[in-house]
Design a protein around this ligand. Sequence first.
Ligand SMILES: [Zn+2]
Ligand SMILES: [Zn+2]
Length: 124
Amino acid sequence: MLFDTNIGASVRCNNCGKLIMNEISLFNLSRSGLYEVKCSCDKVVMTIKSSNCKNFRIYIPCIVCEKDHLFMFDSKHALTEKVKILSCPASQMDIAFVGNKALVEDLARKHEKDLQELIKVLEI
Ligand SMILES: [Zn+2]
Ligand SMILES: [Zn+2]
């Protein structure tokens, strides 16, 4: 089996509300040690750090509670497990999806509606 070291990540910008889809190469990440996903509004929506190719940490500025949340990952699991839903520990809201690219895209699209309603609620 060919080993794909790319994972998909979907997160919503907590500055402008845009949904961002990104593909992350774990191979490149393990070499550079740091990867930042930026929104077109220039806001960093996700920071991924790794000191080796086995584990990595994802920092996400939460759209719900505006704190930075840290998620720990095992790259083996991230590549073999389907999708990981990252949720805000304070509100239990899903804030990002990481994993298989096609599945992440699919899930993000399905959640688009829910998140739009959430944003509406937050704006009131
Ligand atoms: Zn933005
Ligand atoms: Zn939060």
